[in-house]
Design a protein around this ligand. Structure first.
Ligand SMILES: NC(=O)c1ccc[n+]([C@@H]2O[C@H](COP(=O)([O-])OP(=O)(O)OC[C@H]3O[C@@H](n4cnc5c(N)ncnc54)[C@H](OP(=O)(O)O)[C@@H]3O)[C@@H](O)[C@H]2O)c1
Length: 338
């Protein structure tokens, strides 16, 4: 990373604000004390009651009954956007236009057009923006990337990344509700898609299939891609089967296997031709969101508005794969645009 004018003007802990008080906001807030230098200074909710309850839970001094409270608070260095995906775009753009740096939950937006507008707003305002693909910063994934980059397994030609769980249908739950951005692919399949994109880049060819459920959202899907180096990949998600989560990255000289919750890996095995398998254990404290918080801190202090490990073009490529797949299955949302 190059050194530019810092995006924060103090040496104290990074002052985080949070927008939304749901499931992931709580998990994130729980991990925040594990970050190198971070404090939670403000929370915004659609209701004062929820802002206060969240504030009490995590000892947050400033609690707002609207997201605008966070937008207008001058003493926040970076905002974590933790609303359901259809509400990522508007609030992120408001925050960026108010000069705030943003870590936005995944998927960054509902489609490519929204993603592009968010990136344009970050660029125009000189603010940091990153899609919260936290898995890329976990120590195990950092080690896997080292092996990919230093040629340990040779040129990757074959990748499979699949995950899932059996989630009983619930029309009100975000996953099954199109008004809330419902789609197994957007919700969790993005982990498999981002893995393919991280390892093999943008596809040159793609075919995919999905099974749609009673609310018209994709519940089982498989996306197969071919890439410029000849490599092929499978990215799958199911919310209808009690699936093991498996990822195998196979190169000309060896294979990396993550056979336990690879979307949030702590361990993996390296297989090299003619050698004993090597098992790596990269366990750590907490769930592991502190690692992306530390990366955000490095960017803010280093004046970097686009993180190289989950860059804006990465987010656009991930959004394009998902948009193309969803549209090919006939999954439409009230938020669709070209
Ligand atoms: N990185 C990860 O590991 C991970 C894990 C789970 C989810 N996520 C992502 O994080 C985002 C939020 O997921 P979640 O599981 O935390 O969702 P959630 O539990 O439903 O919480 C979302 C929060 O967003 C706010 N919100 C704003 N507009 C809303 C609306 N129209 N309907 C419902 N809530 C609304 C609510 O907070 P207030 O009422 O306080 O405003 C709500 O508590 C999603 O984009 C999801 O893909 C990421």
């Amino acid at each position: 990373m190059s050194e530019n004018t810092p995006l924060v003007s103090h040496d104290g802990p990074i002052r985080w604000g949070i927008v939304g008080t749901g499931n992931i906001a709580k998990i994130f807030a729980r991990d925040l004390p594990l970050a190198r230098s971070a404090e939670l200074v403000a929370v915004g909710s659609r209701s004062q009651e929820k802002a206060d309850a969240f504030g009490d839970m995590f000892n947050i001094p400033r609690r707002y009954d609207s997201y605008e409270g966070i937008v207008n608070d001058p003493d926040i260095d970076v905002v974590y956007v933790a609303t359901p995906h259809p509400w990522h775009h508007d609030i992120t753009i408001q925050l960026l236009n108010a000069g705030k740096n943003v870590l936005c939950e995944k998927p960054m937006a509902m489609n490519v057009a929204e993603t592009r507008e968010m990136i344009e707003a970050a660029r125009a305002n000189g603010c940091f923006l990153m899609e919260a693909i936290w898995t890329r910063f976990r120590p195990a994934m950092v080690k896997v990337r080292e092996f990919l980059n230093d040629g340990t397994i040779g040129e990757v030609q074959y990748l499979t990344a699949t995950m899932g769980w059996n989630n009983p249908f619930d029309a009100d739950f975000r996953l099954f509700n199109k008004d809330l951005g419902g789609s197994a692919l957007l919700d969790a399949g993005i982990y498999a898609v981002q893995m393919v994109q991280m390892v093999l880049g943008k596809p040159v060819e793609m075919v995919s299939v999905a099974t749609l459920g009673e609310s018209g959202v994709d519940e089982n899907c498989m996306i197969t891609t071919r890439h410029a180096n000849g490599g092929v990949a499978n990215a799958g998600i199911t919310v209808r089967a009690s699936s093991r989560n498996l990822c195998m990255i196979a190169g000309s000289n060896g294979t990396i296997v993550m056979d336990h919750d690879w979307h949030r890996p702590s361990t993996f095995t390296l297989f090299r031709a003619g050698q004993e398998p090597e098992f790596f254990d990269c366990s750590h404290e907490g769930i592991g969101y502190q690692f992306e918080m530390n990366e955000v801190e490095d960017c803010l202090r280093g004046g970097i508005i686009e993180h190289p490990v989950i860059s804006w073009s990465d987010s656009l490529e991930i959004a394009q794969i998902m948009q193309d797949a969803l549209r090919s299955w006939g999954v439409t949302f009230p938020y669709d645009r070209d």
